[in-house]
Design a protein around this ligand. Structure first.
Ligand code: AGP
Length: 372
């Protein structure tokens, strides 16, 4: 009903706007004196966490993209190898696991059958299991050894938004806890990451101000037949997420690529007028990657692509080559996904609205997929 939506036109619009709170609530009570404390992980004991040799993240859809983002942070901070697997692929391919493997499942609903089956299977092979979940008391956290709840609040729209940023936040808390237990980051390094996390809610609030600009863009593009998304490093899973949002909400063919992969095939898709969103890494924080992505933009622009760049405030290098630049505030590289995803969510939502579609209940989809 209208009152449940609190004055918003849809649950999705409401949930997109709640993302600053979703992150703040996931952080609440889990930071003390500049470091992360996740009491939920005491189920294992620090010696067990220190002895983990490998992490396997299992999830589906948007939750799996949160896992792909977190892989970069976990490997950098905790120095444990991470594989990210789709639950339904993991379950049926005889994965090699041992008792020093930690399985981290990610599920908003906690009821996704594919993920539940994968967790049970991994545990039957001796792995330890942590659940990142948004729904208190759901099946997957009950089956797992430990749970870190994302406190994003109920997510009603089928398209996941606030749960996604909360999942990344929870996974970063997990990564920092692990890094502390393993001694892989100094106190100062931990404090710096914690400060970045704490600054995210206000920065998302700033990004939400792009709404009118992105709505205009979506209206201009409402008869677009295909959209490509490019990203690199943590921007790669964000490109995948931007494409998924557009498929599920606006029923437009969309594909995300790692920008470095362009020349290995996808650049053949570029023809005059082809819209391409590019998630541009920070010129300061990712000085080695930024010029590579700018040169990708030049390459596709030379072939007629219509480039929409999501770039940090002050990044002037993209200006000569992008048709549209959507600005996000400065953040350390690993934290950019929490900002860059927001305009992509809004774009997909606004394009669906421009096409007269139901953004909360896209066709053929269910909020929680409880069948295999
Ligand atoms: C995202 O917008 C989706 N509707 C979908 O990919 C979802 O993230 C996936 O089905 C996983 O759901 P879960 O988090 O409840 O397990």
């Amino acid at each position: 009903s209208a009152s449940e939506k609190g004055g918003w036109s849809s649950f999705m619009a409401k949930e997109v706007s709640e993302q600053p709170d979703a992150v703040a609530n996931t952080l609440r009570g889990r930071i003390a004196d500049g470091h992360v404390v996740v009491p939920e992980l005491s189920a294992f004991g620090d010696d067990v966490l220190a002895g983990i040799r490998r992490i396997v993240i299992i999830a589906c859809g948007t939750a799996a993209y949160a896992g792909q983002v977190a892989k970069y942070a976990i490997e950098k901070w905790a120095q444990v190898p991470v594989d990210v697997e789709l639950s339904h692929e993991f379950r049926y391919r005889d994965p090699v696991l041992s008792d020093d493997t930690l399985v981290v499942s990610i599920s908003q609903s906690g009821e996704t059958m594919d993920t539940l089956m994968a967790v049970k299977y991994a545990m039957s092979l001796g792995a330890k299991a942590i659940s990142i979940c948004n729904t208190q008391g759901a099946t997957i956290p009950r089956e797992s050894d430990a749970v870190i709840y994302t406190h994003a609040g109920p997510e009603v729209a089928v398209a996941s938004t606030k749960a996604f940023v909360a999942q990344i936040t929870a996974l970063y808390l997990f990564a920092l806890h692990l890094a502390r237990v393993r001694g892989s980051l100094t106190e100062a390094e931990q404090a710096a990451q914690v400060a970045e996390l704490q600054a995210i809610p206000a920065k998302i609030e700033t990004v939400l101000q792009v709404e009118d600009e992105v709505r205009q863009l979506a209206r201009w593009m409402s008869d677009t037949r295909a959209v490509l998304f490019l990203g690199r490093h943590v921007g790669f899973p964000i490109a995948l997420e931007g494409a998924l949002k557009l498929k599920e909400l606006a029923y437009i063919h969309a594909e995300g690529f790692a920008a470095g992969e362009l020349k290995h095939g996808p650049i053949a898709l570029i023809e005059p007028g082809q819209p391409v969103f590019v998630v541009v890494p920070s010129p300061r924080g990712s000085a080695h990657l930024h010029p590579k992505v700018v040169s990708n933009i030049q390459e596709i622009r030379a072939r007629g692509a219509r480039v929409i760049a999501i770039a940090e405030v002050g990044d002037a290098a993209v200006l000569p080559f992008a048709d549209t630049v959507i600005r996000i505030p400065l953040a350390a590289p690993l934290f950019e996904p929490l900002l860059a995803v927001v305009p992509l969510q809004i774009f997909a939502m606004e394009l669906a609205i421009a096409k007269g579609l139901d953004v909360d209940q896209p066709r053929n989809l269910a909020k929680s997929v409880t069948v295999e």
